[in-house]
Design a protein around this ligand. Structure first.
Ligand SMILES: Cc1ncc(COP(=O)(O)O)c(C=O)c1O
Length: 391
């Protein structure tokens, strides 16, 4: 079956954060929203049908996750990433950010040092600081839009006594899929210094241009024993509003402690429709996902072609995964406040402002290209027209 990603869906008036909160967030409703990480594509039919079937049973009482739910997650991980899991290695979270917070609560104490790699998805910061843990930056190193890990600096932070490390794999917003050699090096350091890794692999199904995602914990038993991996169908199948994700913990001692905190804060129950959607996605989603990946690759090529010809001064980071593209607009010579105002007032776009991603985010903007090509063209046109008009 061929899926239609060109279809334009009216999302205004659906209580959508992306569309209906433009005014409170950007101070204007008259913007093209290309921010926050959800897609403008419709959820595939096999997921909607599964949810409708459940809706048609008229009682929505307390629900547990049956074995077939865990089997669906394990089968997906095996099919898409070649990672063999048993169902007793899989737990739950009502979202990946909640899982980060639960891990901080379960496995660290106030004052403990937790390392993150900015520029990075900003809730990583508050997941540390909201619990009075110490945020430690291991800033990525950039050259012409290509980002690498500063391993020497990372080791120094570990040597100084970091307790936990948040890995963003693939990395939002810089678009990297960490390679096996990089992951091996990371694993070696984490094992040597006994740093517990929370590997946020929420974008790992959206791997583009022949790159390969290797789950960090699949590298070997030693690193698996100290890694907690967070995955979800939310980015992949556009289900963010259903708040359901899987937390993979092969070390049963760690898993017991994670499950305990899930119980303590009483969020382990989940949402009936979330689990139905997740099972349907992970059971039937391969063909749809393969087509989505093809569409995202074309959209990225379109962005590079159109922006590259109209405003070649913009540095576009290579996109190895997902649909969030990192743009360096420093050539405009504007400070961060001016750049933010320029994007809103001149380009009439709602983008994610670079500085919120922490050090390294200055003079950058993040654009979401998971939208029909026509909408993307409109967005690119607005940005290039604004730049050209600014002279
Ligand atoms: C790296 C990363 N982790 C987590 C999330 C959000 O996860 P959730 O909505 O499941 O809390 C996002 C959303 O953009 C993300 O990019």
């Amino acid at each position: 079956m061929k899926y239609d990603f060109d279809k334009i869906i009216e999302r205004r008036g659906t209580d959508s954060v992306k569309y209906d909160l433009l005014n409170p967030v950007f101070g204007s409703e008259d913007l093209l929203p290309m921010w926050i990480a959800d897609m403008d594509f419709e959820v595939p039919d096999f997921i909607r049908e599964a949810v409708i079937e459940r809706v048609n049973h008229p009682v929505f009482g307390y629900t547990y996750r049956p074995k077939r739910f865990f089997n669906a997650v394990a089968s997906w991980m095996q099919r898409r990433h070649g990672w063999e899991l048993k169902s007793n290695m899989i737990s739950f979270s009502p979202g990946v950010v909640p899982a980060l917070n639960l891990c901080v609560m379960a496995f660290t104490d106030p004052g403990d040092r937790i390392v993150v790699q900015p520029p990075v998805y900003f809730p990583f910061f508050t997941s540390v600081t909201n619990h009075d843990r110490e945020l430690v930056y291991n800033q990525l190193v950039e050259q012409n839009g290509q980002y690498e890990i500063d391993f020497d600096h990372l080791e120094e932070q570990f040597r100084k006594g970091a307790k936990m490390f948040f890995l963003c794999h693939p990395h939002n917003p810089v678009g990297r899929v960490w390679k096996e050699t990089e992951l091996q090096r990371l694993a070696e350091l984490c094992v040597r210094y006994r740093v517990l890794v929370i590997s946020d692999e929420i974008h790992s199904d959206l791997i583009l241009f022949g790159n390969k995602h290797i789950p960090l914990a699949s590298l070997g038993k030693e690193i698996a024993d100290q890694t907690i991996t967070c995955v979800a169908p939310s980015k992949t199948f556009n289900l963010a509003g259903l708040y359901s994700s899987a937390v993979i913990i092969t070390n049963q001692e760690l898993k017991k402690n994670y499950d305990r905190i899930l119980d303590v804060v009483h969020v382990g129950g989940g949402n009936i429709f979330g689990q139905v959607a997740m099972k349907a996605a992970y059971t039937h989603g391969d063909d749809w996902l393969d087509q989505l990946i093809g569409y995202l690759e074309k959209n990225y090529a379109l962005l590079c072609e159109l922006l590259g010809s109209s405003v070649p001064e913009i540095t576009i980071s290579p996109l190895e995964a997902t649909y969030l593209v990192w743009l360096d607009l420093s050539f405009l010579g504007k400070n961060d406040k001016e750049l933010k105002a320029f994007v809103i007032e001149q380009a009439r776009l709602g983008l994610n402002d670079g500085p919120v991603f922490g050090p390294g985010g200055e003079q950058h903007q993040r654009i979401n290209i998971a939208t029909p090509a026509k909408v993307l063209e409109e967005g690119i046109g607005r940005l290039s027209d604004a730049v050209l008009a600014a002279g």
